[in-house]
Design a protein around this ligand. Structure first.
Ligand SMILES: Cc1cc2nc3c(=O)[nH]c(=O)nc-3n(C[C@H](O)[C@H](O)[C@H](O)COP(=O)(O)OP(=O)(O)OC[C@H]3O[C@@H](n4cnc5c(N)ncnc54)[C@H](O)[C@@H]3O)c2cc1C
Length: 475
């Protein structure tokens, strides 16, 4: 059986859902092929459950950081209630709500594993082994996301190691958890399970956390983790793991000669593209590779305007909001090209995912939170910009002190001296995830500092840190 649609989308995660919705709204037909659950990793095993696990600890800390409210909070987190609340957000993996949304939006859902079968064709293998061929009149959009990469540790494939999947869906709190990794996922999940009562040891191969961020972010997050009782060990790698069949306990050997005993090991050392079985070879691409794209999300190195890739798989900005942003740009580009109008990459156009290069906002929901947008000082200098960085301790801002007793936070602004505009901002502290959007607007808007000084933050809010940063800059 062969069906034809204007657009065939492989992967119904955040990227795939939005690209299908937008192309249909633009008057084209689209179909979504999904092998697992509509909503993708984000809805069931990543962003949503991890934030559901983290939020109760943050709420408790917020109450405890205001004298007067603190006295009203006497207990600890109710782990069972936290896990139950998480399950309400994820429906325990039941995607019927999101699947209904898709079909309600006029987008047929084909369940099964999609593979390219040459140009503009996708073969979908269903659970019963039958193959259905979908033909794309205009475009195929690949949005299969990523899967966890495992570290090179002897025995890691034999102990039932946790990845983000188990660490966001577990029904019980492990007594002792060893986390391998120092990036965002490792730090967030170490925070979540420590808050729920696990004794957590985090093994970090390097000397710092969040190494792609401004150093202040990694330092503040490390301080927070230690304050929560996480044992952070830098410069240490796991070399061998083994599970005792009788007791279920795991031993973790490290390269400094220590042996740790724990109940679960979480590997959070990065992601790899889910492209090994996507039929890439049928169109001259290499199985297992990332899919580089131009700013319209068109896959590069291929003739024709028909193959696009959005979301984590294009390796530009592995975040849900950026997958959706790319999806909006991609759908606009497909619609423009279908209408015979050139949707050339570049510029701040609807079909250009240009913010991927200049203004990717990201938040880490640790305690304290960290959030950033744009370039770090190091990245800006590496890109050849003449920059000046200013920093300010948010603790000194009146609104911050009123917000929480002993508010601790750090703010850093990276200014392109040639153009007089902000190109990067990093914030730490309570509410950093909410505060960062102001910086995103400033970066995308390329607002001159001379104009930004007229954007007056309300008193007494944490946002007054903007005033202090501009004063530190000399305005
Ligand atoms: C623990 C964790 C926490 C995170 N927290 C955040 C956060 O707070 N904020 C944030 O912005 N980002 C967060 N992320 C990142 C976020 O999850 C991803 O950026 C996002 O899910 C990417 O969306 P996507 O559409 O590219 O892929 P996915 O969400 O991975 O969806 C891909 C879909 O494609 C399907 N699929 C794959 N191959 C095929 C095939 N061949 N045929 C059919 N279907 C296929 C899969 O089943 C899946 O449903 C987090 C990630 C992790 C691991």
């Amino acid at each position: 059986m062969e069906d034809a649609y204007d657009v065939v989308v492989v992967g119904g995660g955040p990227g795939g859902e939005v690209v299908a919705d937008r192309t249909v709204r633009a008057g084209l037909t689209a179909v979504v092929v999904e092998a697992g659950a509509v909503g993708g990793e984000c809805s069931y095993r990543a962003c949503v459950p991890s934030k559901a696990l983290l939020r109760p600890g943050a709420a408790l800390e917020a109450a405890r950081s205001v004298d007067g409210a603190r006295q009203a909070v006497t207990g600890t987190l109710d782990a069972a209630a936290v896990l139950a609340r998480r399950d309400r957000f994820t429906a325990r993996g039941d995607d019927s709500g999101q699947a209904d949304w898709l079909t309600g939006a006029g987008i047929p859902l084909v369940r099964g594993h999609g593979r390219l079968a040459g140009a503009r064709r996708v073969d979908v293998t269903g659970a019963d082994g039958t193959v259905r061929t979908l033909r794309a009149r205009r475009a195929v959009v690949l949005s299969p996301g990523t899967e966890p990469a495992l570290p090179q540790v002897e025995g890691i494939d034999r102990i039932g190691v946790w990845t983000n999947r188990q660490a966001t869906t577990a029904d019980a709190v492990p007594g002792r958890l060893v986390v391998i990794g120092g990036g965002v996922v490792a730090c967030e999940l170490a925070t979540a399970w420590r808050s729920l009562g696990s004794a957590v040891t985090q093994l970090v191969r390097g000397r710092a956390l969040l190494t792609d961020w401004e150093p202040c972010a990694g330092e503040e997050v490390a301080r927070g983790l230690t304050g929560l009782g996480v044992t952070l060990r830098f410069g240490v790698s796991a070399t061998r793991v083994a599970r005792d069949e009788a007791t279920g306990a795991v031993t973790v050997e490290t390269d400094d000669g220590t042996v740790l005993a724990c109940d679960e090991v979480l590997a959070a050392v990065g992601r790899r593209p889910r492209t090994a079985d996507l039929g890439l070879d049928t169109v001259g691409l290499t199985a297992g590779d990332w899919l580089p794209v131009d700013d319209t999300c068109r896959v590069t190195g291929l003739d024709g305007d028909w193959l696009y890739a959005v979301g984590d798989v294009n390796h530009r900005a592995p975040l849900t909001h950026m997958a959706k942003y790319q999806a909006r740009a991609c759908a606009a580009a497909i619609a423009e090209r279908a209408a015979g109008r050139p949707a050339d990459p570049g510029g701040w156009r609807a079909w250009s995912a240009r913010a991927d290069h200049a203004a990717v906002p990201q938040a880490v929901f640790t305690r304290p939170e960290a959030a950033s947008v744009g370039l770090t000082e190091r990245a800006a200098r590496a890109a050849g910009l003449t920059v000046r960085a200013v920093e300010y301790r948010t603790d000194d801002v009146a609104g911050a002190a009123l917000h929480a007793d002993g508010y601790r936070g750090h703010a850093k602004l990276v200014v392109d001296e040639t153009r007089g505009v902000v190109v990067g901002c990093t914030l730490t502290g309570p509410m950093a995830s909410e505060l960062i959007h102001t910086a995103t607007v400033a970066v995308v808007g390329e607002v001159p500092l001379e104009r930004l000084r007229h954007a007056v933050p309300a008193f007494p809010t944490v946002s007054e840190v903007w005033l202090r940063l501009l004063e530190a800059y000399g305005l």
